[in-house]
Design a protein around this ligand. Structure first.
Ligand code: MN3
Length: 211
């Protein structure tokens, strides 16, 4: 069972005006597809690794054969990160609200919704070059805002600064926003909150709490 490109849970124009149709088409159909194809190429002839599952592979990259470790880190991370990204977005007005449990944790750990958004935006804007800004549930049971370079992911123990289970992640690679926002990453991040699927983020928080 090779890794597969997941379908988008909405049409490519569904996130307008925050994210334009052409960006979604290229981002999902070409960028994400390339991560999936290259991950499958890296693990070709290594069925044990495919069976292990992507979460477990990313959490223990040092166990991946050295000759394909960097390809798995980049493309496995890319596949995982984008699969999350599509799920945690919804058309404007359809994203629902944070569950009371999640809202309480955001208040307690991140100073409330406004401060949390400012922290995620700040981490995204300050990420030099390409990467992601995240909210993770840490091993301490608290929420943390963090950022990773390239396609690194907070599951990658021994690789990233802050490990934890991601419940929200925003792509700050130029390919995620350049057609519409050009160099204005902060404007993209500001508009992005309109299309967050809080129902899904709440679900991911509840799942992460069970781990
Ligand atoms: Mn991307």
């Amino acid at each position: 069972m090779a890794f597969q490109l997941p379908n988008l849970p909405y049409a490519t124009d569904a996130l307008e005006p925050s994210i334009d149709k052409m960006t979604m088409e290229i981002h999902h159909g070409r960028h994400h597809k390339a991560y999936v194809d290259n991950l499958n190429k890296a693990l070709e002839g290594k069925p044990d690794w495919e069976k292990k599952g992507l979460d477990a592979i990313l959490a223990d990259l040092n166990a991946v054969p050295q000759d394909v470790r960097m390809a798995v880190r980049n493309n496995g991370g890319g596949h995982w990160n984008h699969s999350l990204f599509w799920q945690i977005m919804a058309p404007k007005g359809n994203g629902g609200h944070a569950s009371s449990e999640l809202a309480r944790a955001i208040d307690a750990d991140l100073g409330g919704m406004d401060k949390m958004k400012a922290a995620v935006n700040d981490a995204g804007v300050k990420r030099f070059g390409s990467g992601w800004s995240w909210i993770v549930l840490g091993n301490d049971g608290k929420l943390h805002v963090t950022s990773t370079p390239n396609q690194d992911n907070p599951l990658m123990k021994g690789v990233v600064e802050v490990t934890g289970h991601p419940i929200l992640g925003v792509d700050v690679w130029e390919h995620a926003y350049y057609l519409k926002y050009q160099n204005k990453r902060a404007d993209y991040l500001a508009a992005w909150w309109d299309v967050v699927n809080w129902g899904k983020v709440s679900e991911l928080y509840a799942q992460a709490k069970k781990h």
